[in-house]
Ligand binder design. Structure first.
Ligand code: FUL
Length: 490
């Protein structure tokens, strides 16, 4: 080959190389990830989001009197479960898919399920186990054995205490928290109820007492005290600071559900804040996700006349969709009966629920699907649509800064029935998506089959009967470039 020809060849090759290099996406890691959109969840909140389903256990003298709110004058001798088996609670709940148990250490009636040294109104004055029993200890141990996390509910309102309403009661309440957080191992969540003040026994006074919900408890001091013992605990109350009430006890998180809210003017029991708590606010300055507490029965405590009213597996699946499916965590109450066992009807409903969950969400049709996107951040495959279907929770699809909309397309291999689309934002970088639609390919074109607003930790949309071989998710509005970690189709 002549020198000149060689030169021409080399120039052509170099040109081709440049062209190729220019078109080739930048290698992973060269494009910087999206900047976090504040506020962000803390690590303990992220861990809580991933729990998805926890169980509530309401148990006290009410179980034996048939009341929902004990007056505070109940005799301790009433508390006498005949076949108490806390391991039965834990194994049943674990099998159904729950990750933690929150137990009513003390409900509004003031009876303590542990032998507190600050009151006689507890299991130690009951005939159960000759006054030597400790329900909390048993629950904490059963949780440990079965791999569940342990949480407590300690009602601030106490209808038994003579000094409820006075400063000395706050000291009593704090002493009890010291006991709970020192003696029972790690507590993942502490539940503060919003019901505060009203009529009660109050050591024999039998009167109505009102407290100022905004000031009486001096919560900041109490929370700091608890954090000093167990820094990893999450506090639930209407106002957080870690988890908020969802505004109802029907099992329904907001269809629009921001994990963000401004809690500066909120406090447990504040009137008429239900709507705000249900939806959160897109411009909230704190990450305080909603937890949805709902009972498997009509009441929170066991009453035999409600044995036929236990929510069915189907009903629990609906509740799953309006809680976990809306980016919340479900806190399902399953109250033990007078024997100290979860009743057969509740156990059967939980087993049905599990079966339905496994049936509905058994096979992810989008697993490892070759997803494509309308645009990808910096054209870098590290942020490509395939990250949505790779089964890894720490990878994500993202668009360029300033690009707040975009679509991803998921081929399903063949035409088949599709019932649910599940989406997750990579909330480590904040909650972003404000609106989205879902299209299904219908032979000749796309048809919109569902639409939603927020996504957050998780969003599951149920579709009316549908067959398709391709799904498209369109992010139609976001506070900043969308960052989605997961997309599943069932
Ligand atoms: C409510 C309480 O008054 C109920 O008795 C129950 O404990 C529920 C979880 O919270 O506010």
């Amino acid at each position: 080959m002549l020198m000149r020809d060689r030169f021409i060849w080399m120039a052509a090759l170099a040109g081709l190389f440049c062209l190729f290099a220019a078109r080739k996406p930048l290698p992973s890691g060269k494009v910087s990830p999206p900047a976090p959109l504040y506020p962000l969840p803390s690590q303990k909140q992220l861990d809580w989001h991933e729990m998805e389903m926890n169980a509530f256990v309401h148990f006290t003298t009410n179980t034996f009197t048939g009341l929902e709110w004990g007056n505070g004058d109940e005799s301790e001798t009433l508390f006498n479960p005949s076949q108490m088996d806390v391991l039965q609670w834990a194994t049943t709940l674990k099998k159904a898919g729950f990750k933690g148990i929150i137990v009513t250490a003390k409900h509004h009636d003031g009876f303590c399920l542990w032998p507190s040294k600050y009151t006689e109104h507890s299991v130690k004055a009951s005939p159960w186990k000759g006054g030597k029993g400790d329900v909390l200890k048993e629950v904490a141990e059963a949780c440990k054995k079965t791999g569940l996390r342990f949480g407590v509910y300690l009602s601030p309102w106490d209808r038994n205490r003579a000094d409820y309403g006075q400063p000395s009661y706050i000291e009593y309440y704090r002493n009890q928290l010291r006991e709970l957080f020192t003696n029972y191992g790690p507590v993942f969540e502490m539940w503060f109820d919003g019901a505060n003040g009203g009529n009660g026994y109050y050591g024999g006074a039998r009167e109505t007492r009102r407290i100022n919900g905004a000031t009486y408890y001096d919560w900041p001091t109490t929370l700091n005290l608890v954090r000093g013992i167990q820094p990893n605990v999450l506090f639930f109350s209407d106002a957080g600071p870690d988890l908020r009430w969802c505004g109802n006890e029907r099992g329904v998180a907001g269809e629009t559900n921001w994990n963000l809210i401004n809690n500066d003017t909120l406090y447990a029991g504040k009137p008429r804040i239900e709507r705000l708590l249900n939806t959160g606010s897109p411009d909230g300055t704190k990450w305080i996700p909603a937890e949805v507490d709902v009972s498997i029965r009509k009441g929170w405590f066991y009453h035999s006349q409600e044995d036929s009213l236990v929510k069915s597996g189907e009903r629990l699946l609906d509740i799953y969709l309006t809680t976990v499916g809306r980016g919340s965590t479900l806190l399902l109450n399953v109250p033990p009966d007078k024997r100290g066992l979860l009743h057969e009807n509740d156990v059967a409903a939980l087993a049905d629920f599990r079966k339905l969950l496994d049936r509905e969400f058994g096979t992810n049709l989008a697993a490892r699907a070759k997803a494509t996107a309308s645009s990808t951040r910096g054209n870098d495959p590290a942020y490509g649509a395939s990250r949505l279907t790779d089964g890894k929770k720490d990878t994500y699809w993202a668009t360029d800064d300033g690009v707040a909309t975009g679509s991803v397309e998921i081929p399903l291999g063949k035409k088949q029935p599709v019932k649910y689309v599940l989406l997750q934002e990579y909330i480590q970088l904040g909650q972003r998506v404000q609106s989205f639609t879902i299209d299904a390919w219908q032979g000749e074109g796309w048809k919109e089959v569902a639409a939603g607003t927020t996504i957050g930790y998780k969003r599951i949309l149920k579709m009316a009967s549908l067959e398709t071989d391709r799904i498209r998710v369109n992010i139609t509005g976001a506070k900043a470039c969308p960052v989605l970690s997961n997309l599943e189709v069932y």
